[in-house]
Design a binder for this molecule. Structure first.
Ligand SMILES: Cc1ncc(COP(=O)(O)O)c(C=O)c1O
Length: 413
């Protein structure tokens, strides 16, 4: 890779620095935490969806600059906040068909959300009734469980399928069947997809929306990973693919995955349909918790800048390089484990079905063998993958290489 201007190689010691990815080991807060390593091994975090890279300097500069003015009273969201979002979302890579993403986006269509979870929860409550079934893909992001089941709704899963070229695809026929059989009116869709690392192509989104339109299905669309995509795989906002999508898709975005600032909290929705926007905004305001923090506002403005874009390009090249390293290593060294080439995000989804069947080992045994030697990976069970592991590759390449060295020497021996 070309030399980077920004630092994606230094190893950060995050211990005791407000990082659940390293301090949450062996705790049972979410029942998804890895166990601590045995003596002699340091821990390589490859689970929580945050990065072991420092954020973009423009983000920290913006926070520090604001903190120099030592008063933090009540405030209004600034024009700069909305303008930064509009510029950033419209400046996403051109989709090759001559139209700018979110070309008509206006301020009133953007609303602050205290996390994408908060948004999905509000949207689920507005769009569905208790007991109603909601369509999702499997595998999917673990947080959707609390956004649906905890609200008394049921989930129906349509599995992604790997095609002959090793690319995860959705199965439209299966989705349509599930919609009809379960009387479904709402889908939660993740784009780019966590945990598969798939960046959906425009034609796939168009086909999906045609099918959903025919079945009168609305979409709660989680696009939190929209900025993390690799060469040749531009992100297409779902709302852009048809007039129906513009009116019937409720989308959420955030700077948190992009700039490694999940701890600052601060996501936002884009909803074009006025009536739905009013309802979701009202639902979000009911608790009085859905309020932005002033430092988080300045962090977004700092990140959504020219420097932020330059930093992001380097980050994406780094993540792509890590993904290629991991893919080549697995295909060369670990027979029986199936993976797709990541197109975006920093997650890799390992299918161990053949390996487990051939070796007679259980997923738990493999997970523990990794944790014992500091490979901080995560069980796929939480993501609807019974024989799967999710790997977070957002660390300096030297750490990823070390994790794979340990997997080869101690886990898949
Ligand atoms: C698909 C997806 N949605 C939402 C979240 C969490 O979003 P937030 O921290 O804004 O609630 C994550 C975090 O991993 C995610 O992967």
């Amino acid at each position: 890779m070309n030399k980077c201007k920004y630092d994606f190689t230094s190893i950060m010691d995050r211990r005791g620095r407000d990082a659940y990815a390293v301090d949450g080991l062996g705790q049972n807060r979410w029942q998804i935490e890895p166990c601590p390593p045995k003596n002699g091994f340091d821990f390589i975090p490859m689970w929580v969806a945050d990065m072991n890279f420092p954020t973009c300097p423009a983000v920290t500069d913006a926070i520090i600059e604001r903190a120099k003015h030592p008063a933090f009273g009540y405030f209004e969201i600034s024009d700069a906040y909305y303008d930064s979002i509009i510029r950033w979302r419209q400046g996403a890579p051109w989709d090759g068909e001559g139209s700018r993403p979110h070309a008509q986006l206006e301020r009133k269509q953007i609303g602050y959300e205290n996390g994408v979870h908060g948004f999905v929860t509000s949207a689920v409550r507005v769009m569905t009734q208790p007991g109603e079934k909601i369509l999702l893909h499997s595998p999917n992001y673990v947080g959707f469980r609390s956004d649906t089941w905890a609200q008394g709704r049921e989930c129906v899963f349509s599995p992604l399928k790997m095609d002959e070229e090793g690319i995860w695809r959705m199965d439209l026929a299966d989705m349509a069947r599930q919609i009809e059989e379960n009387d479904i009116h709402v889908m939660i869709f993740c784009s780019p997809q966590n945990p598969s690392g798939r960046v959906w192509e425009r034609w796939e989104l168009e086909e999906m929306m045609k099918m959903l339109e025919a079945h009168h299905v609305d979409v709660i669309c989680d696009e939190i990973w929209a900025d993390l995509t690799f060469e040749g795989h531009p992100h297409t906002p779902l709302q852009d693919v048809s007039p129906y999508a513009r009116e019937h898709v409720l989308a959420a975005y955030a700077p948190s995955k992009t700039f490694n600032i999940a701890g600052l909290i601060g996501s936002y929705h884009i909803i074009y349909n006025e009536e739905l926007r009013r309802k979701v905004t009202q639902q979000g305001s009911l608790t009085n918790y859905n309020e932005i923090n002033v430092l988080s506002m300045h962090a977004l403005i700092g990140g959504y800048s020219a420097e932020g874009r330059e930093w992001l390009q380097e980050l994406n090249r780094t993540l792509e390089e890590n993904g290629s390293f991991a893919l080549d290593f697995i295909r060369r060294e670990f027979p029986g484990i199936t993976v797709a080439r990541p197109q975006g995000t920093y997650m890799m989804w390992l299918d161990l079905s053949d390996y487990l069947a051939g070796s007679g080992r259980t997923l738990e045994e493999v997970l523990h063998a990794g944790w014992d030697v500091g490979v901080g990976w995560q069980s796929g069970v939480h993501f609807e993958g019974p024989s799967h592991i999710r790997l977070n590759l957002a660390s300096p390449l030297s750490r990823i290489q070390e994790a794979f060295r340990r997997m080869k020497e101690y886990v898949f021996t």
